[in-house]
Design a binder for this molecule. Structure first.
Ligand SMILES: C[S@@+](CC[C@H](N)C(=O)[O-])C[C@H]1O[C@@H](n2cnc3c(N)ncnc32)[C@H](O)[C@@H]1O
Length: 273
């Protein structure tokens, strides 16, 4: 199949809320790229979206940085442009469904008679796991993934579940919006009695040209991050899976990796990609 033969989904009415992906313009979806290329107005998430991506796909469009603008500014801007017949794209970083506050904008636009829809993107956790060369779920190591954030202005102490996820043992805990609070988060985990040797990775600007990885443990990572000087734009991953070690082969790839069994299960239970 050539590029010309491929059509990335139906053209839909309304304003798409597009996930820009984690940074690398190559990680934007085909649909997202096509929408940006035909956009007249792109409202984007400022420095969280790589300017290379904006230059590559939307240099023809009017660009508006949403940072510092409230709904009272953004909604009329997008509504008027849409009713004037302009192609409008709302561009969020990563995937709009993860810490994106997309829905409140979509609801406000819908109430102004503007249809909206999601176009997913690659969330930062997936870029970070690729950078680390590991899986977020890993056979016999991690069966679950938690996308979470630390307590702060938005989340109360009671709503911070990082310690609960880490305590479950077989969870890879992916902390967004927590770069500035690595020290406090690790202190709380130590106070709660978690093993100080539990692996932690901090991935700064995953998939960007200045991407950086700091590997440590609950006991060591805070000093390392402070030394590096990162206060934002990093993902903190906690759990054994970040080391890409200690896993067991799955039952997926035939008898040699099948713990001696000839049975191949067709159920979803036995499934992995
Ligand atoms: C407002 S949230 C948006 C998350 C985004 N919707 C996503 O799906 O990745 C911003 C946080 O995501 C994380 N983040 C976003 N892009 C990142 C990247 N390329 N590398 C590491 N962390 C990133 C950081 O923790 C940052 O503070």
């Amino acid at each position: 199949m050539t590029d010309e033969e491929y059509t990335a989904g139906d053209v839909r009415e309304g304003i798409p809320f597009v996930g820009a992906g984690p940074g690398d313009p190559g990680l934007l979806t085909v649909t997202g790229k096509e929408l940006l290329e035909s956009a007249d107005l792109v409202v984007h998430a400022g420095s969280l979206v790589n300017s290379d991506l904006l230059e590559a796909y939307c240099d023809h469009a009017e660009l508006v940085n949403s940072v510092g603008k409230d709904l009272a500014e953004l909604i009329p801007l997008m509504t008027e442009a849409y009713h004037e017949g302009r192609e409008v794209v709302r561009l969020h970083s990563g995937d709009p469904a993860i810490y994106g506050a997309a829905l409140e904008q979509m609801d406000a636009l819908e109430s102004e008679g503007v249809p909206t829809y999601f176009v997913p993107g690659v969330t930062a956790s997936f870029a970070a796991s690729a950078t680390l060369g590991t899986q977020l779920t890993l056979n016999e190591v991690s069966n679950h993934v938690a996308f979470t954030r630390p307590q702060g202005k938005t989340l109360s102490e009671d709503e911070d579940h990082i310690s609960d996820f880490v305590g479950m043992g077989d969870v890879t805990t992916c902390i967004y919006l927590g770069t500035h609070a690595v020290g406090e988060t690790m202190d709380r985990l130590l106070e709660d009695g978690h093993d100080s040797d539990t692996p932690v990775a901090v991935v700064y600007h995953a998939s960007w040209p200045d991407e950086d990885v700091i590997m440590g443990t609950i006991g060591t990572i805070a000093d390392e991050v402070e030394e590096a000087g990162y206060r934002a734009s990093a993902l903190v991953l906690i759990g054994e899976a970040v080391t890409a070690a200690g896993y067991e082969r799955s039952y997926l790839y035939g008898e040699w990796a099948n713990r001696g069994s000839n049975e191949s299960e067709e159920t979803e239970e036995g499934c992995s990609d």
